[in-house]
Design a protein around this ligand. Structure first.
Ligand SMILES: Cc1ncc(COP(=O)(O)O)c(C=O)c1O
Length: 383
C-alpha cells in the first residue's frame, strides 16, 4: 500500500491541489532531470548522433510497459493528442455513409478530426449522449455505447475515462464489439494512463493515445501513442528523416530512403528526440512504474472511499464506484455550483476544475483524505 507521496512534488503547503486532470504538479526529480537536460545544450559537442535515438527508445519501452505491450516499436512519440488522432484518422478507409461513433462532450482533440472527416467523406457522426438521469448514469451510458455500434460503424473513437467527470467505459467490451465487425477502436487514454490500469492485452485497441503533462506527470508538448498492426502500412502526417530506415546512420542521410523504420515509427513527430522533454518524461514514467499504476489507483480509491459517507446523493452527487475512476470524478448538485462556491474554493486555495455541470475533482498520490474533506466541507458551507 502506497503512502502519501507529497514530498516528492513541488506543492505549496497552503495549496490543496485536486486538479491533476488539468495539469500534474512537478515531481522534484523530473525538475532536476529537466535542468540537467537544458544544461546539456551548453556543450553540444557532447551530444552524439546516438543520443538522437537512445532516450526516445527508452521512452517507448516505458510507455509500452504502461499499456502492457511487449512491442515498444509500436509506440510513436507525438506532440499532442490531436496529432495522434490525426495520424489514425488519416489511415482508416471509409465508404460513404459509414459511421464514426464518439462520446458526447469528449475532448476536442478527439472530436474535430472526426467531424472534419465526416464532412469530407460524407460519413455519419454518431454522438452517444450521456443519459439525462443520474440514476445508474455510468452503466446506462456504457449500454448506450454498445447499442450504438451498428453494422455501418467503422470507428469508435473515445476516452476510457471521460475527461469531464471520470465516467469509466468498459473499453474491452466495446473494443470486442467494434473489432468483431472489422472496425477500428481508438482510445484517448490521456485521463487514465499513468494512474488507471490500461491493459492492451485485454483491450486490443488499434490506437492508444495520451499526452504527457497530466497523469504521466511529465512536461507539456510531448506524449506517446500506440498504433497496432492495422496501421502498419499507413501514411504519416509528415515525412521526416528520423522515421526512415537507416536514420541512425547519419552518413547515409542523403541516400533518400522510401521505407520507414518498423512498427509505428513512421507516426513519430519530427524532432522527436527532444533533448529536454524526453528525459523528463522518462523520469516521470519510471517513477510511476516504480509506484505501480494499480497501487496509485488503489491509493486514490482509499481516499475517496473514506470520504464517501460525507456525500449524500441529494446534496452532492457522485457516480457509483464501479462506473467511475477514483483519480477523476465529478461532483454534481441540483442547479449547479454558483460563482460564490467557485470563489470560496479559490479563497481557500482549493484547486479543482469545472467541466460541464460538474466540479471535476482529480486527486493523485500527493493528496490526503484531509484534502478531500476540506473540499467537501467548503462546498457544503458555500451553498
Ligand atoms: C481527454 C483529453 N485528451 C486530450 C487532451 C489534450 O489534447 P492535446 O494534446 O491535443 O492538446 C486533454 C486535455 O485536457 C484531455 O483532457
Amino acid at each position: 500500500m502506497l503512502n502519501c507521496q507529497k514530498e516528492k512534488f513541488f506543492i505549496a503547503q497552503d495549496v490543496t491541489y485536486l486538479n491533476g486532470a488539468y495539469m500534474s504538479p512537478q515531481l522534484r526529480q523530473v525538475e532536476e532531470v529537466g535542468i540537467q537536460a537544458v544544461q546539456r545544450k551548453n556543450k553540444p559537442w557532447t551530444i552524439t548522433p546516438a543520443d538522437f535515438f537512445k532516450e526516445v527508445e527508452a521512452l517507448k519501452l516505458l510507455f509500452a510497459r504502461l499499456v502492457h505491450t511487449d512491442q515498444p516499436e509500436r509506440i510513436a512519440v507525438i506532440p499532442s493528442v490531436s496529432y495522434g488522432i490525426a495520424n489514425a484518422a488519416r489511415n482508416i478507409s471509409f465508404e460513404k455513409g459509414d459511421h464514426i461513433l464518439i462520446l458526447e462532450k469528449q475532448f476536442p482533440s478527439n472530436y474535430y478530426e472526426w467531424v472534419d472527416l465526416a464532412r469530407k467523406k460524407e460519413l455519419v457522426l454518431d454522438v452517444v449522449k450521456a443519459p439525462d438521469s443520474l440514476v445508474d448514469r455510468g452503466q446506462a451510458w456504457n449500454q448506450k455505447v454498445m447499442e450504438n455500434i451498428k453494422p455501418r460503424t467503422r470507428v469508435v473513437a473515445m476516452e476510457n475515462v471521460h475527461w469531464t467527470d471520470g465516467t469509466w467505459f468498459d473499453v474491452a467490451q466495446i473494443s470486442k464489439k467494434i473489432k468483431a465487425q472489422g472496425g477500428f477502436f481508438i482510445v484517448d487514454a490521456t485521463q487514465s494512463l499513468g494512474i488507471f490500469d490500461f491493459d492492451q492485452n485485454l483491450v486490443q485497441a488499434d490506437a492508444v493515445i495520451a499526452t504527457g503533462y497530466k497523469w504521466l506527470l511529465g512536461p507539456y508538448a510531448i506524449g506517446c501513442a500506440y498504433y497496432g498492426p492495422a496501421f502498419d502500412q499507413g501514411e504519416p502526417l509528415e515525412e521526416n528523416w528520423i522515421n526512415k530506415q537507416y536514420s541512425q546512420e547519419f552518413e547515409r542521410i542523403l541516400d533518400y530512403e522510401e521505407s520507414y523504420r518498423p512498427g509505428a515509427a513512421r507516426y513519430g513527430m519530427g524532432e522527436q528526440s527532444q533533448f529536454v522533454q524526453v528525459p523528463m518524461l522518462c523520469a516521470s514514467l519510471s517513477q510511476i512504474l516504480e509506484w505501480g499504476v494499480a497501487e496509485m489507483q488503489a491509493y486514490c480509491r482509499g481516499l475517496v472511499d473514506q470520504v464517501l459517507p460525507l456525500l449524500d446523493q441529494k446534496d452532492l452527487w457522485i457516480e457509483k464506484k464501479d462506473w467511475r475512476a477514483s483519480h477523476l470524478f465529478g461532483l454534481r448538485t441540483a442547479g449547479g455550483f454558483s460563482p460564490a462556491v467557485k470563489q470560496k474554493l479559490l479563497d481557500q486555495k482549493i484547486f479543482v476544475s469545472y467541466r460541464d455541470d460538474a466540479i471535476r475533482v482529480s486527486p493523485n498520490v500527493y493528496n490526503t483524505k484531509e484534502d478531500l474533506i476540506k473540499l467537501i466541507e467548503t462546498l457544503r458551507s458555500a451553498h
